[in-house]
Structures are given as structure tokens and as C-alpha cells.
Write a protein that binds this ligand. Structure first.
Ligand SMILES: Cc1cc2nc3c(=O)[nH]c(=O)nc-3n(C[C@H](O)[C@H](O)[C@H](O)COP(=O)(O)OP(=O)(O)OC[C@H]3O[C@@H](n4cnc5c(N)ncnc54)[C@H](O)[C@@H]3O)c2cc1C
Length: 379
């Protein structure tokens, strides 16, 4: 909506969402909102006055249930809303674990309501089990520890975030969980719930716990597009400009599956900066009838145990610490593919990570990037 106005669009803009809340920010939900150091009323993206200035018609608490590409309408709450341009941005829903249905204290975390329910449940819990050591699971564990709770994380992988950052850095994250008193059980998952309420695990053991938080990924919210003519496969299939296969219709954020030239393949990205950047790109493509490709290094950050982790690009087998040290828990690692820098990961080094991100996006050679960094690399 903001890009539409910034680019000079002065027509009618309708923003439909099925949550009752006006637009809010999700990243604080697993961090400061959960620890209690930030109040929920601080997460809204814009004040009511700013929303007024944007002259946007907010249709909240209303699900869009169908898209008619011939009539060029979407139906929401029994009404048909006509459009000239349409941006699909319906996000994603956390995956659930059916084997946990019998447990009374199972949570997932996506919405402000979810966060408040979980924060409240922390108040009367002693032990929390987190299923999944990804970004959300690790942040929930960190927040629970800061509330003084005992925490066990279960994950089937051999180290946290191994698929994103690689095994070596995954082991570092394992150590960080350990140093902060979180028990991380790898290669382990839940297979059921005992009559006592304890979790049954695949290694034959059981685990007494008050609360379970499931953080095992999300599913894109695209069911409502079934039969509309929009191509669906692991999200909305877009072209390089984020066009969803019909004139004036674009998809952005967690649902957009597009060919990312920088990565040389199709992908769907579930990170905050991507959602905003894609939205701005799609609006410009729509207003200026541009087919310019959207290119992204998939930047993500995560705050855990008072440390800021950041990642951009992609991992490879060849990772080099280019600044700081793993032992200090403050460092920047680059990932190399041939003579290119293709990825970077940092702990508590935000400036250098953002420089590295730019170099990745500029497809700089390794030699060139190192020369700019002007730092001796350490294996
Ligand atoms: C707890 C949490 C912490 C996070 N922390 C980080 C972080 O630290 N760093 C980072 O990079 N990323 C983070 N993310 C990811 C980031 O927030 C998401 O990538 C981003 O919110 C995606 O934006 P989106 O607009 O695609 O989807 P969403 O933010 O999910 O918005 C989609 C909206 O559409 C609504 N909707 C769905 N279907 C319909 C329908 N049919 N009709 C009407 N409305 C509908 C949904 O209810 C939702 O309100 C976090 C996510 C969560 C949940």
C-alpha cells in the first residue's frame, strides 16, 4: 500500500486480511513479546493516523475465499471486490504434528494471538518442549530460557539450521544452546503422547513436559486460489517479475515461488525483508508494466540468547571465517563457490554482514570481495 502511494497511485486501495488486527510485525512475537520485555501494542506497523493518510480501505477479520480472473474480482465476506491490479500476500500457516493432538498444551506461533497465548502459558509452566530447532523454535527456546523455564528442543537433524548454514556452523549453534542451558536433543522427534501426558520419543524414551511448541515450518496459504487458474505448486508460481500468470496479478512474501536469478533456481522465501522488498517490486511492476526481474539474497536475521544471527545468500561446503572468531561468538563467515562469494553468516557483526550481503548481490568474485574486506581470512 505504501509503495502504491509513494509511486503516485491515487486510486482506490483495499487491504483485506482475515486477522482482526491492523497490520503488525511478526518478528517481535517470538522475541520481545514472548519474553515480556515488549508490550503487544508496540508491534503495529503503522499508527491509525498513518493508515488514514494512506487512504486505504481496511477490510479486517475477513477471509478472501475466491479469485475470479475473468470477472477480475475477489470474493471476501460475501462481497465481490473488483480490481485492476491484485497483490496476493496471504502468507503461511505453521505445520502441525498430528501425533500431538492428545496433548493439552500444544502451541504454534504465527499470529499476535498465538504469541499472547504462549506468553500466558509460559507464566504457569516449568518445562517447555520445542519441536524444531529452526529460527522460530530456537527463538522460542531462547525466550523461554529468559523467563527461567527449563527447555528441551527436539530436532531430527544433526545440528540446528544445518540446511541453511551448514553443519560446522550448526555445531556452533548447538554449543550456544548448550551454554544457555537449553537441552538440545538431535536426531529425535515425538511419536506420540503417553496416557500420563508425557511425550513419547522415537528413541524409546519419554519426556515429561508442561508445554509443547511446534516449530517445524510453514505451509503457504494458497488453498483459496484452487481452481482460480493461478498455478499453484509450493506456493504461487510466479515469473521473474513476480507476476502470477495473469495480467496485473502478482504474488509476494511467503507464498511467492519465483525464479531467483541470483540463486539460479526457483524458490520461496519465508523471511521478513523479502516480503517487503517483493511487495515494493510487485507494485512497481504493476504500475509501470515492467517485467524487471526480482532478485534476492534471501536475507534473514534471528535473535537468540542476546545474540544477533544474520544470514544472506546460500551455504556451500567451503566456509571461511573472514572476521572475528567462532570462540568469541562474534564473527562473519563467507561461503565460497568457485571464485565467487555466494553466502554469508554473522553473529553480532551486523555492519559487515550487510556489506557482505551487498557483495553477494553484486556477484563479486571471492578475490575482489576479500580485497574490499581487507581482512586476512582464517580457516
Ligand atoms: C514469530 C515469527 C517471527 C519471525 N521472525 C523473523 C525474523 O526475525 N527475521 C525474518 O527475516 N523473518 C522473520 N519471520 C518471518 C516473517 O515475519 C514472514 O516472512 C513475513 O511475515 C511474511 O509476510 P507475508 O506478508 O508473506 O505473510 P504474513 O505476514 O503471514 O501475512 C499474511 C496475512 O494474510 C492473512 N491471510 C491468509 N489467508 C488469507 C485469506 N484467504 N484472506 C484474507 N487474509 C488471509 C494471514 O492471516 C496474514 O495476516 C518471523 C515470522 C514469525 C511468525
Amino acid at each position: 500500500v505504501e509503495t502504491l502511494r509513494r509511486e503516485g497511485f491515487d486510486g482506490r486501495v483495499t487491504l483485506v486480511g482475515d486477522e482482526d488486527e491492523p497490520p503488525y510485525d511478526r518478528p517481535p512475537l517470538s522475541k520481545d513479546v514472548l519474553t515480556g520485555s515488549r508490550e503487544p501494542d508496540t508491534v503495529y506497523l503503522r499508527t491509525p493516523q498513518k493508515l488514514d493518510e494512506l487512504d486505504v480501505e481496511l477490510v479486517l477479520g475477513t477471509r478472501v475465499d475466491a479469485l475470479d480472473l475473468t470477472a477480475r474480482t475477489v470474493s471476501a465476506g460475501g462481497a465481490a471486490i473488483a480490481f485492476d491490479g491484485l497483490i496476493l500476500a496471504t502468507g503461511a500457516t505453521p505445520r502441525r504434528l498430528q501425533v500431538l493432538d492428545a496433548h493439552p498444551g500444544v502451541h504454534t506461533l504465527r499470529t499476535l494471538d498465538d504469541a499472547l497465548r504462549l506468553r500466558n502459558a509460559f507464566g504457569s509452566a516449568r518445562h517447555v518442549t520445542v519441536v524444531g530447532a529452526g529460527f522460530i523454535g530456537s527463538e522460542v527456546a531462547s525466550s523461554a530460557r529468559s523467563r527461567g523455564l527449563d527447555v528441551t528442543i527436539l530436532d531430527l537433524e544433526t545440528s540446528p539450521l544445518a540446511a541453511v548454514i551448514g553443519p560446522a556452523l550448526g555445531r556452533l549453534l548447538t554449543d550456544i544452546h548448550d551454554e544457555n542451558g537449553t537441552e538440545l536433543r538431535l536426531g529425535v522427534t515425538v511419536t506420540g503422547v503417553e496416557p500420563s501426558g508425557a511425550l513419547r520419543l522415537n528413541d524409546g524414551s519419554s519426556l515429561e513436559t508442561d508445554l509443547v511448541v511446534v516449530g517445524i515450518g510453514v505451509v503457504p496459504n494458497v488453498d483459496w486460489l484452487a481452481g482460480s487458474g493461478i498455478a499453484i505448486e509450493n506456493g504461487v508460481q510466479c515469473d521473474m517479475s513476480l507476476n502470477a500468470g495473469a495480467p496485473g496479478v502478482f504474488a509476494v512474501g511467503d507464498i511467492a515461488n519465483w525464479p531467483n536469478a541470483l540463486a539460479g533456481r526457483r524458490m520461496r522465501v519465508e523471511h521478513w525483508m523479502n516480503a517487503g522488498d517483493q511487495a515494493a517490486h510487485a507494485v512497481r511492476s504493476l504500475l509501470h508494466r515492467s517485467a524487471a526481474p526480482y532478485v534476492s539474497s534471501n536475507y534473514v536475521w534471528s535473535d537468540q540468547y542476546g545474540r544477533r544471527l544474520q544470514f544472506a545468500g546460500r551455504q556451500t561446503d567451503e566456509s571461511v571465517v573472514v572476521d572475528g572468531t567462532m570462540d568469541d561468538r562474534r564473527m562473519v563467515v563467507w561461503y565460497r563457490d568457485g571464485d565467487r562469494i555466494v553466502g554469508a553468516m554473522a553473529i553480532d557483526s551486523p555492519k559487515l554482514l550487510m556489506r557482505s550481503k551487498r557483495m553477494i548481490e553484486e556477484e563479486r568474485t571471492w578475490t575482489d570481495a576479500l580485497a574490499e574486506l581487507n581482512t586476512e581470512s582464517v580457516r
